[in-house]
Write a protein that binds this ligand. Structure first.
Ligand code: 9Z3
Length: 343
């Protein structure tokens, strides 16, 4: 598949723009064995993850710490968009739309619901506990008192205190582990490591996959090393489909975990059908369907048994994530109970 882009164009378009270009390649079913071969090829050719031993160690400690009491549930929340680099020494990349608001806000409600959270997030995306802060908290929340001292501005003092205290309590209390990614290579390698580490807690593990993940990428070995030079009228970039790792997660990496993926569309007429198809195809326990412009107001939780519309309570100036996490947490509890009976 070939995307034609002008050389000086800033290549940071939304997943939807790329999907339009790639539509022709969609819908091709990949049999299980081929998927495994494709996944292997993806991981074999990906640039090695920096500090993978350190990440594994952090995860093992976190999971062990949260394994007692043995009733504690652990959720991996993915958040923000992955990038697909076009050059190895990356100047240009294809980006996926996601501010990270969904993942960051959900993390807060999961913590409130008693979960320990592994927050796998895009660098510089929204962070948990920072919702009430302005866009540039450092420069807007603080002011100098003299040459050597600064203080919190009165208007933000309560918001800053809450953010710092709640964040500190979650991280220092061992309930929140934050792991950053940038690229699709980093994201999928880290998701695999997390899933393998969480296998030992069986059905108490949940995956809440809110990150917007690249559908297409340039394989590392086919990528040019240096910055693509301008000069010709058209730029040919060959992007290939990212193997559908949701299937790998479900089947091989964390077969007992409670898995929730998201389906994002801009056309609400196709949203629920697409969510239902994803539920079936990837054997998810639930798919959260959201339409781009209304995603902060309402979502639909699609399971094999029902479709539940979840709405933000406007009267309480609430977030849609509050009732959403309540519902998913209840469904997860039933899933654990049922798994116990099946063992
Ligand atoms: C979502 O649908 C998320 O809810 C949003 C959240 C990205 C819309 P924000 O971060 O937005 O609060 O600004 N995430 C998943 C999107 C996605 O790429 N899903 C894939 C698809 O729709 C399946 S994995 O095909």
């Amino acid at each position: 598949m070939v995307a034609r882009l002008t050389p000086d164009q800033k290549v940071a378009c939304s997943i939807h723009e790329i999907l339009i270009l790639m539509d022709a390649a969609k819908g091709l079913e990949v049999p299980g064995e081929t998927l495994e071969a494709e996944a292997k090829a993806f991981f074999d050719s990906a640039p090695p993850l920096q500090n993978s031993d350190g990440i594994t160690q952090q995860l093992d400690q976190f999971i062990q710490r949260n394994s007692s009491p043995s009733t504690r549930r652990i959720v991996c929340v993915t958040s923000g968009g992955t990038t697909a680099p076009l050059e190895q020494r990356c100047v240009r990349y294809v980006d996926n739309f996601s501010s990270g608001h969904r993942g960051a806000t959900s993390t807060e409600y999961f913590l409130k619901a008693g979960y320990a959270v592994i927050f796998l997030y895009r660098k510089r995306s929204f962070q948990p506990f920072c919702r009430s802060l302005p866009d540039d908290p450092l420069l807007e929340c603080f002011k100098p008192t003299d040459e050597s001292n600064i203080q919190v501005c009165e208007a933000y003092s309560e918001a800053v205190k809450r953010a710092v205290v709640d964040h500190h309590n979650a991280v220092a209390g061992g309930l929140l582990l934050k792991l950053p990614f940038n690229t699709i290579f980093e994201y999928l390698q880290m998701l695999q490591i997390i899933a393998m580490s969480m296998r030992c807690i069986g059905p108490r593990a949940m995956f809440y996959l809110a990150a917007a993940v690249s559908d297409y990428y340039v394989p590392w070995k086919e990528m040019v090393e240096h910055k693509i030079q301008s000069g010709s009228h058209l730029l040919d970039v060959k992007l290939i489909q990212v193997p559908k790792m949701l299937s790998m997660l479900r089947k091989d990496w964390a077969p007992l975990a409670f898995c929730i993926s998201f389906k994002l569309e801009t056309d609400s007429n196709i949203l629920l059908n697409k969510a239902g198809a994803a539920l079936e195809k990837y054997k998810m326990d639930a798919v959260v369907a959201n339409e781009l412009s209304s995603r902060k107001e309402q979502v639909v939780v699609v399971t094999s048994a029902e479709k539940v519309t979840v709405q933000r309570d406007k009267n309480r100036s609430d977030n849609v994530e509050n009732p959403l996490i309540k519902l998913l947490s209840e469904k997860h509890a039933i899933y654990i109970e049922h798994s116990g009976r099946c063992v």
